[in-house]
Design a protein around this ligand. Structure first.
Ligand code: E4P
Length: 218
């Protein structure tokens, strides 16, 4: 399972890239709005850090306007993937984009039926929002499982990108279910490293190494 960051914060993207674990980045208008940079400059700066796919969302409402925006977005860098919402206009625009060879990520997906639409227009990624389903008393992981199962039965080429993940266990369960990608906030990726026994183990090994070196000097 590939690991993406769900952020537009350049320092966090650089850190995850330097860790060697960053496979791509997803952004959305809310995340972009926090960074104080023009959107095209922001997307360019993200794409300069990671060679992996960088999702940039269209914000137009009509199909043709979305396609026009998408054509501008993909000029920013070779690894830009255009995010389209799962609305009628978004799917119509996304279908046109895939026809034009523009890779798309269908976002704001909350049902298996919607995920079928995304696969049928040849999306590169489909993004079910697990955390937001959980927020309204649903079962985000069950949604993910249904989509992964349907895609396997149908042999769809669209990659399932588990989104709106809130904690490390979401990542573990998404991997067990068979998601192709998990996108997460920086704080969640950072937590994937943590285990108290690792910290205790490192400290003990360092102490033992020091004692060993001292014993050689005697
Ligand atoms: C995915 O691409 C979205 O940007 C994201 O995962 C939304 O997450 P949120 O529900 O935490 O805002």
């Amino acid at each position: 399972m590939k690991l993406f960051l769900d952020t537009a914060h350049l320092a966090h993207i650089q850190t995850a890239h330097d860790w060697g674990v960053l496979d791509g980045v997803t952004t959305n208008p809310t995340l972009a709005g926090k960074e104080g940079l023009a959107f095209s400059d922001l997307v360019k700066a993200i794409a300069d850090i990671t060679p992996g796919p960088v999702s940039a969302e269209v914000v137009a409402e009509g199909r043709d306007e979305m396609v026009a925006q998408a054509q501008e977005l993909v000029k920013i860098a070779d690894n830009v993937v255009v995010k389209v919402p799962l609305t009628r206009e978004g799917i119509a625009g996304g279908a046109k984009m895939t026809e034009l060879g523009i890779p798309i990520n269908v976002t704001l997906v909350f049902s298996p039926a919607q995920a079928i639409l995304a696969a049928n227009i040849g999306a590169t990624f489909v993004s079910p929002f697990l955390g937001r389903v959980d927020d309204v008393g649903g079962d985000g992981l069950a949604l993910l499982r249904e989509i992964v199962d349907i895609y396997a039965v149908q042999g769809y080429g669209t990659e399932v990108l588990a989104a709106s993940l809130r904690h490390p266990q979401h990542i573990v369960e998404a991997a067990k279910i068979g998601a192709d990608v998990a996108t997460m906030p920086f704080a969640v990726m950072d937590k994937l490293f943590n285990h108290p026994l690792t910290d205790i183990g490192v400290e003990r090994f360092n102490q033992d190494w020091e004692a060993y070196q001292q014993s050689l000097r005697k």
